[in-house]
Design a protein around this ligand. Structure first.
Ligand code: ABN
Length: 176
């Protein structure tokens, strides 16, 4: 037997005499646990993190004032008036002048730029009145002013019916 084989064999026997299967498994567990704390950025399925949002109207119900896109809303929700969250009801036209808000989406924890457009040309819908107003400012900042009938800018259809909320941009992720 070569010297190398002899040394390795002695070392292995010595190690086997000093360690048990339990201690090896214990150390392996400690190492893996430590690695999980030190490297939380490893690719893992994070869907469970958002599971709480599933039953939350802020995440799922676009006919509720709490729905995340409506954070700077003022008016009647078009989703209660035969339209969509971003589409005017049949028989109305979308205003070309809008106001904007920045709202946090609870599903992905990102901020989105929302354009609120009044839908024009039919009498007031009257359902689902919401007034959330996050970041809203008086008329000296018209781009973030919502307490006004923006249909007034629409020739031939100045009557206000309801308001939609369209995503027009997403905030930068500053976490790196
Ligand atoms: N921008 C919504 C709205 C319309 C009419 C009156 C007040 C607010």
């Amino acid at each position: 037997m070569s010297l190398f084989d002899d040394v390795v064999q002695r070392g292995t026997r010595l190690l086997a005499g000093r360690t048990s299967r339990r201690s090896v498994l214990g150390r392996l567990g400690q190492t893996l646990g430590g690695a999980a704390v030190a490297y939380p950025i490893l690719p893992v399925d994070r869907v469970a993190r958002f599971a709480h949002a599933a039953g939350d109207p802020a995440a799922t119900d676009n006919t509720a004032c709490e729905y995340w896109r409506y954070c700077a809303f003022d008016g009647f929700l078009c989703t209660c008036c035969g339209g969509g969250v971003a589409g005017c009801p049949a028989g109305t036209t979308v205003s070309s002048v809008t106001w904007v808000g920045t709202c946090l989406n609870p599903i992905d924890s990102k901020h989105y730029l929302i354009s609120y457009n009044d839908c024009c040309g039919k009498s007031s819908c009257g359902r689902c009145a919401c007034n959330t107003n996050l970041g809203e400012r008086p008329a000296y900042l018209m781009g973030v002013h919502n307490d006004i009938n923006w249909c007034m800018a629409e020739p031939g259809s100045q009557i206000y019916h309801c308001t939609v909320a369209a995503v027009v941009g997403v905030g930068e992720d500053s976490s790196g």
